[in-house]
Design a binder for this molecule. Structure first.
Ligand code: NDP
Length: 242
């Protein structure tokens, strides 16, 4: 099944790669000649991409998705991009247990489930790159996003613990923390809120999904082999490097 691959093509799995930032990341890896599988929850994958169905809140679904991806590619996943994420914004006093737990389950536990499954093959190969998509909000905080910020900051502890456990086996784990990116998620923000956010960004603009994708691709590439446990902001200076 690897007949169309370039000699050093990497096997890449991007969760939630059917739209938004995940789709831009998937396309960036395809452009680089890598063998990419995206996960989606329903429908068909976007044009030109291979997909497997996966709900990251369900360990069996994650396991089945990886198994299917490995069958399609003929070898284990070398690069995991844990991108799937949701928001359920509301002020702390109004936030229900469900609002909190649902966001943690997708954004944090979902990333953990995928990293754990991906590490199996990576440990056998003695190489691998795990890239967790966090947010500037994880370390900066944000009113109305206690659940989301908590889930995103916890990815730092996850990546750093993976680094300490598996660093000696040629596996790196890093966090990418995008600021405000032009996607459906930001388009859904009220206009006044968008203006307030823009005023606080030194770059004076939101980023494109391609700018996040370029950073993820760098972390998966040969020049980033000695970078692990890092938080890489792609936020136009908003978080000042955290
Ligand atoms: P979108 O809302 O456009 O896409 C979210 C993706 O996650 C979709 O593919 C969605 O699948 C998938 N997803 C959600 N829940 C699950 C689940 N339970 N199982 C599997 N897949 C799931 O988000 P963005 O592209 O804007 O964001 C992508 C990532 O980047 C997220 O982690 C987000 O938190 C982060 N981020 C985004 C920023 C932004 O400005 N947009 C800023 C900083 C970080 P489906 O299509 O089925 O719903």
């Amino acid at each position: 099944m690897t007949t169309d691959s370039t000699p050093d093509a990497r096997t890449v799995l991007v969760t939630g790669g059917n739209r938004g930032i995940g789709l831009a990341i998937a396309r960036a890896f395809v452009e680089a000649g890598d063998e990419v599988i995206i996960t989606h929850r329903s429908g068909t994958p976007p044009e030109g991409l291979r997909g497997v169905i996966c709900d990251v809140t369900d360990s069996d679904s994650v396991d089945a998705a990886f198994t299917q991806a490995e069958e399609l590619l003929g070898r284990p996943i070398e690069v995991l991009v844990a991108n799937a994420g949701i928001t359920k914004d509301t002020l702390l006093m109004r936030m229900s247990d469900d609002d909190f737990e649902a966001v943690l389950d997708t954004n944090l536990t979902g990333a953990f489930r995928c990293a754990r499954r991906a590490a199996k093959g990576m440990m056998r190969m003695r190489r691998g790159r795990i890239i967790l998509i966090s947010s500037v909000v994880g370390l900066y905080g944000s009113p109305g996003q206690a659940n989301y910020a908590a889930s995103k900051s916890a990815l730092v502890g996850l990546a750093r613990s993976i680094t300490r456990e598996l660093g000696g086996r040629g596996i790196t784990a890093n966090v990418v923390a995008p600021g405000f990116i032009e996607t459906e998620m930001t388009a859904a923000l009220p206009e006044e809120r968008q203006k307030t956010y823009l005023a606080g960004i030194p770059a004076g603009r939101f980023a494109t999904p391609a700018e996040v994708a370029g950073t993820v691709r760098f972390l998966a590439g040969p020049d980033a082999g000695y970078i692990s446990g890092a938080v890489i902001p792609v936020d136009g200076g908003l978080g000042m490097g955290h």
